[in-house]
Design a protein around this ligand. Structure first.
Ligand SMILES: [Ca+2]
Length: 250
């Protein structure tokens, strides 16, 4: 699906943009095709600030995700572990958008919802998860690895917007808390929209899925599987509250 943004509207509002929004694509009839998704663990903004991400090995089975920002002179401006519970949590890729805003993909396992989990630890304010497409992991007894796509405030590093992305094992809605399963992000890009290439080992969500109702992808059948998983390109809003498209890649 090819869409091209009308750049005029973007330029007009770009001077005022300092956060993850606006959802410019929501108002555009066509927007930019995504062709260059990225998977990097370091990124430099237009001012020379350098972001690095990674995972601290806390113990044999406990990893914590971190993101760090350094100024052009190498001085650490902020460094934080956005998720640091006893389960496996990693920061796996970062991208700086055209507004110099950092976007990070995390992975988290379930099994922990304490205050050091990504849903609670470093939030701009209480509203961060209120609009999210998917607001939580979905089950308490972890193990399966799911993704979290997040927009960070460049000034202090706290989450501005975020959404989980996960698969499900069977029919049912999001309240069927025992059905969350593995979905891994391979690469992503943030422009007018948030493009995410993922692989889903169980049924991936399709357009219309949200935190209240997990709609299974209608084309996720045995014939569209590539190996053991479905490769899916998601096009999400910059607000991480809307799914524009979900194309299974062949
Ligand atoms: Ca951990």
């Amino acid at each position: 699906m090819v869409r091209t943004l009308m750049l005029g509207s973007l330029v007009a509002i770009s001077g005022f943009v300092q956060t993850c929004n606006p959802d410019v694509a929501a108002e555009a009839e066509v927007y930019e095709e995504v062709t260059d998704l990225k998977n990097t663990m370091e990124a430099t903004d237009s001012q020379g600030n350098v972001y690095t991400i990674g995972t601290d090995q806390v113990s044999e089975d406990d990893q914590d995700a971190y993101v760090e920002k350094r100024g052009p002179n190498g001085k650490i401006l902020w460094s934080m572990h956005h998720s640091a519970t006893p389960v496996d949590e990693r920061a796996v890729m970062i991208h700086i958008d055209r507004y110099d805003i950092p976007w990070v993909v995390f992975t988290v396992d379930g099994g922990s919802n304490e205050q050091s989990f990504i849903t609670q630890k470093y939030l701009r304010d209480e509203s961060v998860w209120e609009r999210s497409l998917f607001r939580g992991y979905g089950r308490a007894d972890g193990a399966a690895k799911v993704a979290v796509v997040a927009c960070l405030n460049p000034q202090h590093g706290k989450l501005e917007r975020a959404t989980f992305l996960m698969s499900r094992t069977n029919e049912g809605n999001i309240d069927a808390v025992d059905k969350t399963n593995t979905l891994v992000v391979d690469s992503f890009f943030v422009g007018d929209t948030v493009a995410v290439d993922a692989r889903s080992w169980y049924l991936p969500p399709g357009v219309g899925a949200n935190h209240e109702n997990f709609v299974f992808h209608p084309n996720a059948t045995d014939s569209t599987k590539v190996g053991d998983s479905w490769p899916v390109r998601y096009i999400l809003s910059r607000g991480l509250d809307l799914m524009y498209s979900a194309d299974i890649l062949q």
